[in-house]
Design a protein around this ligand. Structure first.
Ligand SMILES: Cc1cc2nc3c(=O)[nH]c(=O)nc-3n(C[C@H](O)[C@H](O)[C@H](O)COP(=O)(O)OP(=O)(O)OC[C@H]3O[C@@H](n4cnc5c(N)ncnc54)[C@H](O)[C@@H]3O)c2cc1C
Length: 496
């Protein structure tokens, strides 16, 4: 399912044409020279054609509609980030901050001939166990944090993929299995250091630059570069021990499986996360549900809570009673997520939408359509539906107006992942994904398309990512903190 992105080797002639295409008047060689002279020792500046780029800089997770860089810079200090932003602004050269490199919206493909501002030197994790706080650098990944916190008997809510950047995750909200306890990752942010589009180094918190603090929690890629983040952390639930039950159901049980998921709507225990990867199974000759029930509590309780699913007699069942806060995502879904690493790159067409109810009839008919289409079309077989059903309890503890994070009452975070090892299949997977999104939306519980900014394709528009109600306030913030629109590549509030 996951493939390494094939390396593209540019010849000199091709590379020279990229120089000419740079947005500003300055040449690539001049940018390299200027940045080397400007940034402090310990910073790194390279051409992306240089072998050091692949070796030292953050790789991108998705190769489809990815941003395209000609220069990469790894600033050493916060003041270097500031200098780089000011330089790029002056020279009118586009740039993009890179944390974990896992952003995959196709809107990023608008960025061409740019500078990669790689935050790879911002890797510190400082935990104050007694005070229940943690400060992390702008490029720290989820997996680093969960290891460290687990060792100290602590936790905070993160997403499912260990190689996603913590700051990137937070800037869009951050949804995951512990959200039922603590809300979005961004709800646990106490303060952040931000170098804004105006080149200022600011602290954003409830008491300092509170408007910016509002904006960076949900729409954070629109205003500046976040160099460090300070979070509230929590004593580990069940001493950090987690039960993971993996199970597989054939598509002929789809009505029963979705009826079972529906039983949790309005009664979802905060300890439980329900995940499904719904995909074509060659052995079964049709669609199947690969499920994971992640329970932050002991096995006996977990099995009781998920009884509606166990009663369906899954084809396969695996009960892991010794998983932990630091590895639950690696063992979930029979180890599928563990296979996704920071140095791998894939091609895929993503689509998503928020579901506010489980419309069993509509879901079954959408799946039947997918089953028939994939049975007839081998090229579409890698397409996967991803179902993440978390308790809304933690999200609803925080008022909607407390931050830019737009969606707190979502029942299911639904996605279509058109993964492929062959980029030539992307157009077909893309078209099919859009069809599936349209079909599933009929039963979403909302008239308009509403999509979580981080899972979005890029075609939905700012109202779908941030809501109509939040846009005027966010645009006002944009005028204050990034009036030149330097930060407008990742599902921007201005649209594109
Ligand atoms: C396999 C996989 C699983 C995922 N699972 C989940 C999940 O369970 N829950 C969830 O909520 N999300 C999930 N995501 C989505 C993920 O949160 C986003 O893709 C996020 O943007 C990744 O952040 P990053 O730093 O890794 O990516 P990057 O591509 O480095 O950054 C994404 C965007 O944020 C900006 N950015 C990143 N860091 C900074 C910074 N320090 N300062 C300013 N801007 C910054 C970048 O400029 C870019 O615009 C998943 C993504 C993948 C690929």
């Amino acid at each position: 399912m996951i493939s390494f992105r094939s390396a593209v080797v540019c010849g000199l002639v091709h590379f020279c044409s990229l120089h000419a295409a740079l947005a500003g008047s300055v040449s690539t060689q001049q940018i390299i020279k200027d940045l080397k002279a400007t940034l402090s020792p310990g910073s790194e500046v390279v051409l992306t054609s240089d072998p050091a780029f692949a070796q030292d800089f953050t790789a991108r997770f998705s190769g489809t509609h990815a941003p395209q860089f000609v220069v990469a810079a790894k600033p050493k200090l916060v003041t270097d980030v500031q200098k780089l932003i000011k330089y790029a602004s002056r020279q009118k050269v586009p740039f993009l901050a890179t944390g974990g490199g896992h952003g995959y919206t196709w809107s990023l493909g608008q960025l061409q001939n740019a500078i990669q501002l790689d935050l790879g030197n911002f890797q510190t994790i400082e935990v104050d166990a007694a005070g229940n706080t943690m400060k992390v650098g702008g490029a720290v990944r989820i997996g680093n944090v969960t290891q460290e916190l687990h060792a100290l008997g602590k936790e905070f809510p993160v997403g499912m993929c260990p190689s996603v950047g913590v700051s990137g995750l937070t800037l869009g909200g951050g949804v995951g299995p512990l959200g039922g306890f603590y809300g979005a990752t961004s709800d646990n942010l106490i303060s952040a250091e931000v170098v804004t589009g105006t080149g200022k180094i600011l602290t954003a918190s409830a008491t300092e630059n509170a408007d910016l603090f509002y904006g960076i929690r949900g729409a954070g890629f629109n205003f500046g570069v976040v160099t460090s983040l300070n979070y509230r952390i929590h004593p580990a639930t069940n001493q950090g021990r987690v039960t993971v039950v993996n199970a597989m159901f054939p598509a002929n049980l789809s009505t029963s499986v979705w009826q079972a998921t529906n039983k949790y709507v309005g009664h979802h225990p905060k300890e439980l996360a329900i995940l499904f990867a719904i995909r074509f199974n060659e052995t079964l000759g049709g669609m199947s549900f690969v499920g994971s029930f992640i329970y932050f509590g002991p096995e006996t309780q977990a099995l009781e809570v998920i009884k509606p699913f166990l009663d369906l007699n899954p084809l396969y069942l695996e009960v892991i009673n010794d998983a932990s806060y630091s590895n639950f995502s690696s063992v979930a879904l029979y180890g599928d997520v563990a296979d996704i690493g920071p140095k791998k790159s894939i091609d895929f067409a993503p689509y998503t939408l928020n579901l506010y109810k489980v419309d069993v009839k509509n879901l079954v008919s959408s799946l039947n359509h997918m089953n028939a289409t994939l049975t007839a079309n081998l090229n579409l077989r890698p397409a996967t539906l991803s179902w993440a059903q978390y308790s809304p309890e933690g999200y609803l503890k925080f008022p909607l107006e407390s931050s830019a994070f737009a969606y707190r009452d979502v029942v299911v975070w639904f996605s279509y992942d058109g993964f492929t090892t062959d980029p030539a299949q992307i157009p077909a997977l893309d078209k099919f994904g859009k069809d599936i999104r349209g079909l599933v939306q009929r039963g979403s519980g909302r008239r308009d398309l509403e999509t979580y900014v981080h899972f979005s394709h890029g075609d939905e528009g700012p109202a779908a990512w941030y809501t109509k109600g939040k846009l005027p306030g966010l645009r006002k913030l944009k005028r204050t903190y990034d009036p030149e629109s330097l930060f407008s590549w990742y599902n921007p509030i201005s649209g594109y």
